[in-house]
Design a binder for this molecule. Structure first.
Ligand code: NAI
Length: 338
């Protein structure tokens, strides 16, 4: 363990966010890492009331800490305010969205006989998430898909650098350049350029529809996946489904001088406040955060504790076939830490 105190902005979010955030903070504290939590409220209600896409307190805190652990925040569908997640990613240039998707032994899924272990690199700041939509005339709307060389090279570099550092063998770029020849064509061109600098890593390309089919039929073939924003968003949820669902898949948003760790799942309004939320995804996001700040021992301790609770199988939450509530699961993880 390091003896430094880490300043972390904790954004519990809304829906199940506060439940999984408190559970995760409790587990991290039990690892013995010194964290000074700066809790900041960011909820759909606050955004609606203030009209700020990211509440100023969150921006100010992240400007000081450069490190965030974040629960989900509800975004209205088909109107209303801009997603706070998209706004945060743009504001702090959190260009790399990294989502490891790994089988948890002991967890019953349709694919539990396979050893799935892939890492998804999703470009996080552009593509159809540019928010540039325009109603040309009544009932005709266009949306701009923005792909730039700068952002594509950055995410490709991040994926290959990670692959090299972690002994990964293959990077697969996923695209639809047969149809979007210019936009996805540019993305692929950038991926190929970066791939050439890493001859020791196998590089291949798959069209997104074929990639989706192959992810379901032969998921064990994938290692590192490299995608523009929209395909990355969709494929991440698909991949989460292979290893037990949204409740168990972590994520990180990394920029040049700020990183925000959050799970793939949303605010799950259907189960909010009922004690049913599975905090695994945010706990595993916290593992990534601890690695990011060189607290490797604590990261491993927490990862192993979560894995042990799954292997034992006695304190799992409802979404993964158990009967435990959020607190009982968290207590079981903390008991493993001790
Ligand atoms: P969702 O991820 O909130 O829920 C999908 C399904 O998975 C629901 O049945 C939910 O109960 C279940 N689920 C998700 N996380 C779970 C967990 N930790 N434990 C147990 N079950 C879990 O997706 P949905 O319903 O499409 O989105 C709800 C809201 O969340 C929307 O407003 C959306 O915009 C927002 N959202 C926010 C994100 C973020 O802040 N990072 C990411 C994705 C969605």
């Amino acid at each position: 363990m390091n003896f430094v105190t880490h300043n972390v902005t904790l954004i519990p979010g809304d829906g199940i966010g506060p439940e999984v955030a408190e559970a995760t903070a409790r587990a991290i504290d039990a690892c013995g890492v010194k964290i000074d939590w700066n809790r900041v409220e960011v909820t759909a209600d606050i955004i609606r009331a203030t009209g700020e896409s990211i509440p100023a307190a969150a921006v100010e805190s992240l400007m000081v800490t450069h490190l965030g652990l974040k629960g989900p925040v509800t975004t209205p569908v088909g109107g209303g305010f801009q997603s706070v997640n998209v706004a945060l990613r743009k504001r702090f240039d959190l260009y790399a969205n990294i989502r490891p998707v790994k089988s948890l032994h002991g967890l019953k899924t349709r694919f539990d006989d396979l050893d799935i272990n892939m890492v998804i690199f999703r470009e996080n700041t552009e593509d159809l998430y540019s928010g540039l939509e325009h109603e040309v005339v009544n009932d005709v709307v266009t949306g701009l898909k923005v792909i730039t060389r700068t952002a594509s090279i950055k995410i490709a570099n991040a994926a290959f650098k990670y692959a090299k550092l972690h002994g990964r063998k293959k990077v697969t770029a996923i695209h639809k350049a047969n149809i979007m020849k210019k936009a996805d064509g540019l993305f692929l061109k950038c991926c190929r350029e970066v791939a050439e600098m890493y001859p020791q890593i196998t590089y291949n390309e798959l069209i997104v529809d074929n990639a989706s089919m192959q992810l379901v039929s032969r998921p064990e073939q994938f290692d590192v996946l490299l995608l523009p924003n929209l395909y990355g968003d969709i494929i991440s949820d698909l991949a989460a489904g292979l290893v037990g669902g949204l409740g168990v898949v972590p994520g990180a948003n990394i920029g040049p001088d700020c990183a925000v760790f959050e799970s793939v799942h949303g605010s799950a309004p259907d189960i909010a406040g009922k004690g049913l939320a599975n905090p695994t995804a945010l706990m595993l996001s916290a593992v990534m955060m601890l690695e990011h700040v060189n607290e490797d021992a604590a990261a491993q301790q927490l990862q192993k504790a979560v894995e042990a609770v799954y292997r034992e199988g006695k304190h799992l939450t409802h979404d993964v076939g158990g009967t435990a509530n959020t607190n009982e699961f968290t207590d079981a993880v903390i008991a493993q830490l001790k």
